[in-house]
Design a protein around this ligand. Structure first.
Ligand code: AMP
Length: 277
């Protein structure tokens, strides 16, 4: 497994590959969710490239960039046995050298949900993913459904800018009690960790309602809010029942639908979602 950092190194490593290349972009501090993406890429591509980069431009001024968890040695020891060919770990200076001034912005689909709560977040995401695509020139890139809006935004950007990359979205990997795996779960103390299962419970209750035939989106959102309100440690930022592709809030549920939420447990912001239909 080769580990590179600079642009010329990634380009020259890329040139040495023949056959299909799969890219798994991550911010490190890897868990089973990330590893499921790497395994899928390993199954489907001749070469697997994992990027590890805590991208500063997707963090807001009051977010957790400086304390985002990092453990590169552990990450490399987890990636290696999965048959990863190449790890790209650029620095912020490599990605955004002095004088940097080019940004990629997707419009409508970035506005609701995460985009409304985290101004500038998706501009940072799309810019770095475009740069990762240009560095690695993958045939396929693997993203998690955990970040549902991110996947929708990347699909849109890839279509709009004609990147010759197939976007593969992989299902959410959960802890046994339903909590979606996230690098940020380490911020939770034991009491908060227990409380954090409320997101999964709220989504499950909403899904049950849907499966019993409810199609009124307001009632489905109300069910999620009601369950979340039962957890004193949970502070809800948004609850959504939206069209899967456009992410516009629905009145009536029909077709593929995204139930999603962002909830603070203490100072830790957690997101989770289910897909219906
Ligand atoms: P991150 O390191 O948090 O930027 O995540 C890197 C990739 O892993 C993103 O495409 C995420 O959506 C994906 N991912 C994160 N958590 C999970 C999870 N629990 N299940 C599946 N994919 C995940």
């Amino acid at each position: 497994m080769k580990v590179v950092s600079t642009i010329s190194e990634i380009h020259s490593a890329r040139r040495s590959f023949t056959g299909t290349v799969g890219l798994v972009p991550t911010m490190g501090y890897l868990h089973e969710g990330h590893l499921s993406l790497i395994r899928r890429a390993r199954d489907e591509c001749d070469h697997v490239v994992v990027s590890i980069f805590v991208n500063p431009t997707q963090f807001g001024p009051n977010e957790d960039l400086s304390k985002y968890p990092r453990d590169l040695d552990r990450d490399l020891s987890l990636i290696k046995p999965l048959g990863t060919d190449l790890v790209w770990m650029p620095t912020a200076e490599i990605m955004y050298p002095q004088g940097y001034q080019t940004w990629v912005e997707v419009e409508k689909v970035t506005r609701p949900l995460e985009g409304a709560q985290r101004p500038g977040h998706f501009k940072g995401v799309t810019t770095v993913v475009a740069k990762l695509f240009n560095g690695v020139q993958p045939h396929r890139a693997y993203f998690g459904q955990k970040d549902a809006q991110q996947a929708a935004v990347i699909r849109q950007m890839t279509r709009d800018l004609n990147f010759p990359v197939e976007i593969v979205v992989c299902s959410i990997v959960r802890e046994p009690d339903g909590l979606a795996m996230s690098s940020r779960n380490v911020y939770l103390d034991p009491e908060q960790r227990k409380a954090a299962t409320i997101l999964y419970q709220a989504l499950s209750a909403a899904k049950e309602l849907y499966e019993a035939g409810e199609r009124n989106a307001t009632k489905v959102r109300a069910k999620m809010k009601e369950v979340l309100a039962g957890e004193p440690l949970a502070n809800v930022q948004y609850v959504s029942c939206a069209d899967y592709d456009t992410l516009e809030e629905l009145e009536e549920i029909k077709g593929k639908t995204l139930l999603s939420m962002a909830v603070f447990i203490g100072k830790t912001r957690l997101i989770d979602n289910f897909v219906l239909g």
